[in-house]
Design a protein around this ligand. Structure first.
Ligand SMILES: NC(=O)C1=CN([C@@H]2O[C@H](COP(=O)(O)OP(=O)(O)OC[C@H]3O[C@@H](n4cnc5c(N)ncnc54)[C@H](O)[C@@H]3O)[C@@H](O)[C@H]2O)C=CC1
Ligand SMILES: NCCCC(=O)O
Ligand code: NA
Length: 503
């Protein structure tokens, strides 16, 4: 059963506020193409208000309420948020599925991960207190030095639509744990659950201004945040093109950025694998989240000895994937997020065809679904390394295939990309897996699986997939500034200049 989408405003300074320009835009359910509600459209006027509220939150009570409160104080809020999210798990999962099209089971899994991530950073916030004043060993006995870790300040968090609440949480949870105040700008294509996070923050009594949530369009709400002189850092997940624009805007203010961008990740399948296990991971690696994952292993590189049998088996697994409305029981593939993405994915497929590739399976709308932005899981063979389908991120359920004969050749193909986010290797020879993992140019390597993601482990890429790492302790460091405090401890004068008293 579909749910009523709550009608919300912008969340600024701990309360709901109508956008200054009073505009709203529709929310489209990609499975039905129906309008299911609307969200407020923030502009630079609202960004100014939110940034000012965040500044006030940092300095209220001389910082003692938030920024310089103990980590344990902030952890209580993070745990309270986690508890409320868990309480509302089923409802939030449904809203997420209706908004971005991911199968309900995946959406509920995401919401569980959201709660887990808030819990995890609550622990790290507490741990931060014990890490303060860590001594630095110096080569001169006359000095001693220690390090303070302080919140970076006001942070702008700009997030995408493929994991709407989870990607927001990967940023919000560590930012709040660190003692920053934040402005979150979710994607205009899927913002419902981020506005519900605002409601959760209101209910748990998060101090006003600590988290502000502004829905709106990229150029109207995201761009003024990225270039705002009173925002101290930007963390972004999304396309490489937008990441580059954000970095350019931030550079004008010498503002640090962390960027988690696109990918064209490889999965290498060696000849010694269990075909069914490898086929299932290959399908999951590319078709999970309807193929819309930055780390999707969308280039299959399979040993020529097993290629034919493996690809046949993979097609069989793919045909077994239930494609339906995301809310239908057992759904494993929903629609892509929007009409625009649907057209884009189909264009990628038709270009591959016109460049000489073979659409082995899928490539079209499923016959039984007349409405919605559905694309069948698609497998493309006869691909060359110069084709668009091999080189560019599709962000849809589309896998392209090449074969190899030697490990060296497999690595060459795998690393033949401007991106460097994820990579997977499937083989029963674990020594080989270790060797290949070292050679793969990627921030994340999966052995005998693809995509599992744990909030304890670092996440991020190399090359044009961006830089900086989210999650784990690295995710917290993103929002901390390191201050060196060095003290002269000798009773002797410094003695560099001749003392005037000796004249
Ligand atoms: N790496 C990833 O996780 C994602 C990659 N993508 C890729 O991006 C393509 C386009 O999707 P979009 O939704 O248009 O992604 P996008 O990268 O433009 O959007 C991501 C976020 O950036 C914001 N944004 C857009 N322009 C901005 C600007 N000039 N300044 C500040 N913020 C801005 C958006 O409002 C959204 O919140 C997809 O087809 C896919 O290839 C999209 C979403 C996630
Ligand atoms: N499993 C989380 C993937 C996140 C991302 O697409 O960035
Ligand atoms: Na939507």
């Amino acid at each position: 059963m579909a749910l009523q989408v709550p009608s919300r405003q912008l969340f600024i300074d701990g309360e709901w506020r109508e956008p200054v320009l009073k505009n709203r835009f529709p929310i489209v359910n990609p499975a039905t193409e129906q309008i299911i509600g609307d969200i407020p459209a923030a502009t630079s006027e609202d960004v100014d208000l939110a940034v000012a509220a965040a500044r006030r939150a940092l300095s209220r009570n001389k910082g003692k309420d938030w920024a310089s409160a103990s980590g344990a104080v902030r952890a209580k809020y993070l745990r309270a948020i986690a508890a409320k999210i868990t309480e509302r798990k089923t409802e939030l999962g449904k809203l997420e599925a209706m908004d971005c099209g991911k199968p309900l089971d995946e959406a509920v899994w995401d919401i569980e991960d959201v709660a887990g991530c808030f819990e995890y950073y609550a622990d790290l916030a507490e741990g931060l207190d014990a890490k303060q004043k860590a001594p630095v060993s110096l080569p001169m006995e006359t000095f001693k030095s220690y390090v303070l870790k302080e919140p970076i300040g006001v942070v702008g968090l700009i997030t995408p639509w493929n994991y709407p609440l989870l990607m927001a949480t990967w940023k919000v949870a560590p930012a709040l744990a660190a003692g920053c105040a934040a402005i979150l700008k979710p994607s205009e294509l899927a913002s419902i659950t981020c506005l519900e996070l605002a409601e959760v923050c209101r209910e748990v009594g998060l101090p006003p201004g600590v988290l502000n949530i502004l829905t709106g369009l990229g150029p109207e709400a995201g761009a003024p945040l990225a270039s705002h002189p009173n925002v101290d850092k930007i963390a972004f997940t999304g396309s490489t093109t937008t990441g580059s624009k954000i970095m350019t805007a931030a550079a004008q203010m010498v503002k640090p950025v962390s960027l988690e961008l696109g990918g064209k990740s490889p999965i290498i399948v060696f000849e010694d694998v269990d075909l069914d296990k490898a086929a299932e991971w290959t399908a999951f690696g590319c078709f999970w989240t309807n193929g819309q994952i930055c780390s999707a292993t969308s280039r299959l590189i399979v040993h020529e000895k097993i290629a034919k049998e493996f690809v046949d088996r993979l097609v069989k697994w793919t045909k077994n994937i239930k494609i339906s409305d995301p809310l239908e029981e057992g759904c494993r593939l929903g629609p892509v997020v929007s009409g625009g993405q649907y057209e884009k994915v189909l264009k990628f497929i038709s270009t591959a065809k016109s460049e000489g590739a073979t659409i082995l399976s899928g490539g079209v709308r499923p016959e039984h679904l007349k409405k919605g932005f559905f694309v069948e899981p698609t497998i493309i063979t006869d691909v060359t390394t110069s084709m668009q389908i091999w080189r560019e991120e599709v962000f849809g359920p589309v896998l392209c295939v090449k074969t190899f004969s030697t490990e060296e050749e497999a690595l060459e193909l795998a690393n033949d990309t401007h991106y460097g986010l994820g990579a997977a290797v499937i083989s029963n020879d674990l020594e080989r897996c270790d060797r290949v993992s070292k050679e793969l140019q990627a921030g994340i390597v999966w052995i005998n699986c693809s995509q599992p993601c744990f909030c304890q482990a670092p996440w991020g890429g190399n090359k044009r997939s961006g830089f900086g790492r989210e999650l784990g302790e690295w995710g917290l460091e993103n929002y901390l500034s390191v201050k060196q405090v060095t003290q002269y401890i000798s009773d002797e004068p410094w003695g560099w200049y001749s003392s005037p008293s000796k004249l």
